[in-house]
Design a binder for this molecule. Structure first.
Ligand code: GLU
Length: 279
């Protein structure tokens, strides 16, 4: 049984790029699930959750109920963090964004990963006593994964690419999680970061095939590592092409003209949306 999911964040109205991702996931699954990735409460809005349901329904998609919402999953993320912490793979990071940017600016050579410059690692080198005293004094901190240590524990890993990755790669892909550096897994203001929540929830929802845009291909490398560390089931992946605007850029939530709301308001039919998307 192929189980797929569409996992939007309710931070704006869905646009044609989301419609493409949702239809691809829907059509690839024998069971199709919807997950609302609303863990970032500062950016997510309830009106956009309602709009997601309405717009996907208008497109003709149906999904299983109940819909999973990440805002209800704090306990599960907490347990996953506890497991990584018990294995000695996390460390508290007290750096502010500015301190990290300054340190990167000072470095002669700042290595870059898929999401920008890699965390230089100041807090990785703190002693346990320093960590404890800063936590006791109430310093806000994130939790980072010690990726080199984690990769050594997990050993060599791969994932199955069913689509064509951004470089035309398919088949068994060797995971290279180190490319991100020590990622944040829990933020000061959020119980879990995206990579952690996604792997915990994909396993919980028994997703067997993750379809998503090729812009998340790199993310799969680090998510594969987290699955191994947490003993989670490993889905196959099919990364798909991105829907681009006339100037070759990805649509953003600010492009009002291509929201499903506006194409629908302009009298377009769901079938015409599929045709426009080349589906
Ligand atoms: N919530 C993510 C987004 O809206 C998608 C996560 C995923 O498909 O893994 O970009």
């Amino acid at each position: 049984m192929i189980v797929t999911r569409f996992a939007p964040s309710p931070t704006g109205l869905l646009h044609l790029g989301h419609a493409f991702a949702a239809i691809v996931a829907h059509d690839a699954g024998e069971r199709f699930l919807l997950r609302i990735e609303d863990i970032d409460s500062a950016r997510c809005r309830e009106e956009f959750v309602t709009a997601i349901f309405e717009d996907l329904h208008w497109l003709g998609l149906r999904w299983e109920e109940p819909v999973l919402r990440q805002s209800n999953r704090e306990t599960a993320y907490h347990a996953a963090l506890g497991r990584l912490n018990a294995a000695g793979l996390l460390y508290p990071c007290f750096c502010t964004r500015k301190e990290i940017a300054d340190e990167i600016a000072r470095a002669a050579e700042a290595p870059h990963g898929p999401d920008g410059p890699i965390y230089p690692g100041a807090c990785r080198h703190l002693t346990n006593a320093e960590r404890e005293s800063r936590i006791r004094s109430g310093s806000p901190h994130a939790l980072r994964l010690d990726v080199a240590k984690a990769a050594a524990v997990a050993g060599s890993l791969s994932f199955q690419e069913e689509g064509r990755g951004p470089c035309g790669e398919s088949g068994s892909i060797i995971a290279r999680p180190e490319q991100f550096g020590d990622i944040v897994l829990a933020r000061k203001d959020m119980p879990a970061a995206y990579h952690l929540a996604v792997v915990v929830d994909d396993a919980f929802q028994t997703v067997s095939l993750v379809t998503r845009g090729s812009d998340l291909f790199a993310a799969t490398h680090v998510q594969r590592l987290l699955q191994a560390l947490l003993g989670l089931s490993v889905p196959s992946y099919a990364h798909h092409r991105l829907i681009l605007d006339a100037s070759g850029r990805k649509f953003s939530k600010r492009d009002q003209a291509v929201t499903l709301r506006s194409v629908r308001g302009a009298g377009t039919t769901p079938q015409a949306v599929r045709t426009r998307l080349g589906l």
